[in-house]
Design a protein around this ligand. Structure first.
Ligand code: NDP
Length: 331
């Protein structure tokens, strides 16, 4: 069982020495447990936060532990009556090839309905984040001007498409022409901003001349600042993430334009996807339906080999990926 072990707390962008790859015996299972042969591991920006020794919405990963990650695979041994050999299951398996599953943290999925990697993206945690973030926190309605950052990513690409489905005018922010073309031509966004080559303040003004009703923030920093400067009356700002700050070595400065919330009677609200867990079923049903009807497109960017974890993981921060980043760990 190849396992990726966290050996130190990184400062800034993690380098390869942050982890070590160990080969250990395949674990044995106790009563009520099952053994999962993992096929794919999910690579998420949140993993960077879990490596810090600081209080957050979840405990930090301990030094010496397997790197925490969402995963999907098949049951190859079982001591649980409802989980059978051959079932496909998803849960918190970590970056390793075999994981012990329990009914508490794993659930079954149907690979006849969607391929495995999609259950880590659009039909998994990022898709749920997009769904509840834009619908329940963003409270979009037809005609709203919706701006979303990291728009070509796992969460952002679904946020923008759901907003389009609901009749909004959608502007996506992404790094590079290729991603912007993808958003416009393949996902149906109304307008895009390439934050790497355009002045973000000017571009937000140009693409949202009447201002913004909902800003879905995945990145924080200057892009958040630019969005705050163009809020409309009663705008909603969804704080989903702040990837531009996850590897920061300097203290993060708060937004200067926050008085715009006051002037425009706007709200800014943080969200954590896990709070919506009781309603994941409804979201999966809606999104499954939209996928089948061709109203929603899902993209997974898949790399191979557990030994390639580090160079694949840092694609999240360089942006050298499109859609949901996934690592295949089965050999
Ligand atoms: P993505 O698939 O969007 O990958 C990250 C993307 O962020 C990259 O592709 C890159 O795209 C962009 N990016 C990286 N660095 C910067 C930067 N400095 N400035 C602007 N953009 C940058 O990741 P996810 O969709 O999985 O996650 C998106 C956000 O949602 C993250 O902040 C994550 O932490 C958050 N999240 C929050 C959850 C919650 O419950 N609150 C749950 C899940 C995710 P580009 O090429 O366009 O720069």
């Amino acid at each position: 069982n190849k396992q990726l072990i966290l050996v130190k707390r990184p400062e800034g962008l993690p380098d390869a020495s942050t982890w070590t790859l160990k080969t250990n015996p395949i674990p044995t299972i106790s009563d009520g447990e099952f053994l999962v042969q993992q096929y794919y591991v999910s690579l998420d920006p949140a993993m960077r936060g879990w490596m810090n020794d600081s209080k957050s919405y979840i405990e930090p990963i301990a030094i010496g532990d397997v790197m925490r990650a969402g995963s999907i695979g098949k049951i190859i041994k079982s001591n649980h009556a409802d989980f059978n050999i051959g079932d496909t299951v998803t849960g918190w398996g970590g970056v390793q090839q075999y994981a012990i599953g329990t009914e508490k943290t794993w659930y079954k999925v149907d690979t006849k309905l969607a391929p495995m990697p999609m259950y880590l993206g659009t039909l998994g945690m990022p898709g749920m984040t997009a769904y509840f973030g834009i619908l329940e926190v963003g409270k979009i309605k037809a005609g709203d001007v919706v701006l979303v950052s990291a728009a070509a990513g796992a969460v952002g690409s679904i946020v923008g498409q759901i907003a389009k489905l609901k009749g909004c005018y959608v502007v996506g922010i992404a790094g590079g022409k290729d991603k912007c073309n993808y958003l416009k031509n393949e996902l149906g966004f109304d307008a895009t901003i390439d934050y790497k080559s355009e002045n973000i303040f000017d571009a937000v003004k140009e693409t949202c001349p009447k201002g913004i009703d909902v800003y879905f923030d995945n990145v924080g920093g200057e892009i958040l600042e630019a969005a705050l400067s163009r809020l409309r009356m009663h705008a909603r700002v969804v704080i989903c993430g702040a990837i531009s700050q996850y590897n920061n070595l300097e203290e993060v400065k708060g937004p200067k334009n926050y008085m715009s919330l006051l002037v425009n009677r706007a709200t800014m609200q943080g969200m954590i996807v896990m709070d919506y867990a009781p309603n994941y079923g409804k979201a999966a049903k809606d999104m499954g339906q939209w996928l089948m009807e061709g109203k929603l497109k899902s993209k997974e960017d898949i790399y191979e080999g557990i030994e390639n974890f580090h160079k694949t993981f840092i694609r999240l921060f360089s942006g050298d990926k499109k859609g949901k980043l996934v690592l295949k760990v089965i050999e």
